[in-house]
Design a protein around this ligand. Structure first.
Ligand code: PLP
Length: 383
């Protein structure tokens, strides 16, 4: 019998040895280890933090593989380290990759500015419209890259269709599952080849760490590890410890965030000072049916369009008592941000509006404060 996801969050992962009876995996704050060959282990590779093979790494990576239902997993020094290592190890000069239009800003910059410099061609596709993908396919297409929920309008890609399309055409299917989290969606169970996370967000969940996770089919993860070692994007032992600690409460946090986000979205959807609420849990969201079919919860992220334009949106943010005005997401404290001033700052206005990023759009990352307190705070701020 396999343990539930909740139980695996606490107990998955095997320690290297007895460790003096410690209940929690200690921090192995040492960069180097004695040469294993001189210690009598002829096959062992040297251990070193940058190689991501210290006891801290081995334990946490084993735990993550078990948790995500993946053949293998690695942790990285940031979400972008996981994304860059995953893409650079999967693709080579002359290859083409299909990427969802409107992915995370850092990813968008990496695929549109960096990959072409190394001879990799990028085609942006509408991930919610599978009928449009075949037209972008060429002999050299190697991979398709999507996000489970896109920022900031919370569109849900046609995820099962991505896996089927990749299977049909021999592509590697890659998903950034940061927004949905493995509590709400587990890509490995749906047949994705590679799953990526900015563990900075929900996996750690306490806004005090930058880290990433890459998991999936063993040869792909091993390839990414080789590339990661070359790029130097490893996670330090203290980061491994923090991520392990954060992970243990992932399910509790995310379920609370699911519930509060839905309550908040419903309350605001009928509020006269709100023009639109973007949340896949609302019946009015274009991907509501798909999200309901695929996800166990709709997540803790939503976006609002405040009536009265940019000034009203600014005033509304300032009037909120509980949420902090800050970019990023996935922590225990609620955050609000106007994507116009942060994630979508550099995108030309016309293109930005076409993506649904209007001047009065406020993105909300729901924390684990009391649901009623948050709903009331949003109501008073709108008054
Ligand atoms: C934040 C984020 C990233 C980048 O992660 P870092 O940890 O900041 O490098 C990638 N994808 C998504 C969806 C994100 O939200």
């Amino acid at each position: 019998m396999t343990d539930s996801f909740d139980t695996r969050l606490i107990h998955a992962g095997t320690w290297p040895s007895d460790l003096e009876g410690a209940v929690v995996m200690p921090i192995f704050q040492t960069a180097m280890y004695r040469d294993p060959v001189s210690e009598g282990d002829g096959d062992a590779e040297p251990r070193y933090i940058r190689y991501s093979n210290t006891p801290s790494h081995s334990y946490l990576q084993g735990k993550l593989a078990e948790l995500l239902g993946a053949e293998d997993a690695i942790v990285t020094g940031s979400g972008m380290a996981a994304i860059s290592a995953g893409l650079l190890s999967t693709l080579e000069a002359g290859d083409r990759v299909l990427v969802q239009r409107g992915v995370y800003g850092g990813t968008h910059t990496f695929v549109t500015r960096h990959l072409p410099r190394w001879g990799i061609e990028v085609a942006l596709v509408d991930a919610t419209d599978p009928g449009t993908w075949a037209a972008e396919l060429t002999e050299t297409t190697r991979a398709i890259y999507v996000e489970s929920i896109s920022n900031p309008t919370m569109r849900v890609a046609a995820l099962d269709e991505v896996v089927a399309f990749a299977g049909q055409h021999g592509l590697v299917s890659v998903i950034d599952n940061t927004f949905a989290t493995p509590v709400n969606f587990r890509p490995m169970e749906h047949g994705f080849d590679l799953e990526l996370h900015s563990a900075t967000k929900y996996l750690n969940g306490h806004s005090d760490l930058v880290a990433g996770v890459l998991a999936g089919r063993k040869p792909l993860v091993r390839g990414a590890l080789e590339t990661l070692r070359g790029l130097g994007g490893s996670l330090d032992p203290n980061g491994c410890f923090l991520l392990d600690r954060g992970l243990k409460t992932l399910a509790l946090r995310v379920r609370q965030q699911n519930d509060t986000a839905l309550a908040l979205a419903r309350a605001l959807a009928v509020h006269p000072a709100i023009e639109a609420v973007h949340y896949p849990g609302l019946e009015t969201h274009p991907d509501h049916e798909r999200a309901t079919r695929l996800f166990e919860g709709y997540g803790g992220m939503l976006a609002l369009e405040v009536a009265g334009g940019a000034d009203a949106a600014k005033a509304f943010q300032a009037a909120l008592r509980l949420p902090v005005i800050a970019p990023s997401l996935g922590g225990v404290e609620s955050l609000v941000t106007r994507p116009v001033t942060t994630s979508h700052r550099t995108i030309p206005r016309e293109e930005r509006i076409q993506m649904g990023v209007t001047d009065n759009l406020v993105r909300v990352s729901v924390g684990i404060e009391g649901t009623d307190d948050l709903v009331e705070d949003f109501r008073q701020a709108l008054r």
